[in-house]
Design a protein around this ligand. Structure first.
Ligand SMILES: [Zn+2]
Length: 85
């Protein structure tokens, strides 16, 4: 196979209107150096590690019926995992 495509991280969600499955690309999070340092610490990356943080889009639109939805932040879903000091 000599044709290649690049794969992008994405989220999958189900439309509440028509029930169909939709895919949406992850968004590269834009943050200041300070925020990036905090995010790296939070996720356990070393400060010298390079890369981009991806986040879910704030809103999505169903590609089949056009319904729009706000998204739940996946970070908020594991809030009950408290870290012990
Ligand atoms: Zn739909």
């Amino acid at each position: 196979m000599d044709r290649k495509v690049e794969l992008h991280p994405a989220f999958v969600w189900d439309c509440d209107e028509c029930g169909r499955e939709n895919f949406v690309r992850a968004v590269v999070a834009e943050m200041s150096e300070e925020e990036e340092a905090e995010a790296k610490e939070y996720f356990g990356y070393e400060p010298w590690e390079d890369g981009e943080f991806l986040r879910s889009p704030k809103t999505v639109q169903c590609e089949f019926c056009g319904a729009e939805f706000d998204t739940l932040d996946p970070d908020l879903l594991d809030e009950d995992e408290e870290e012990e000091e």
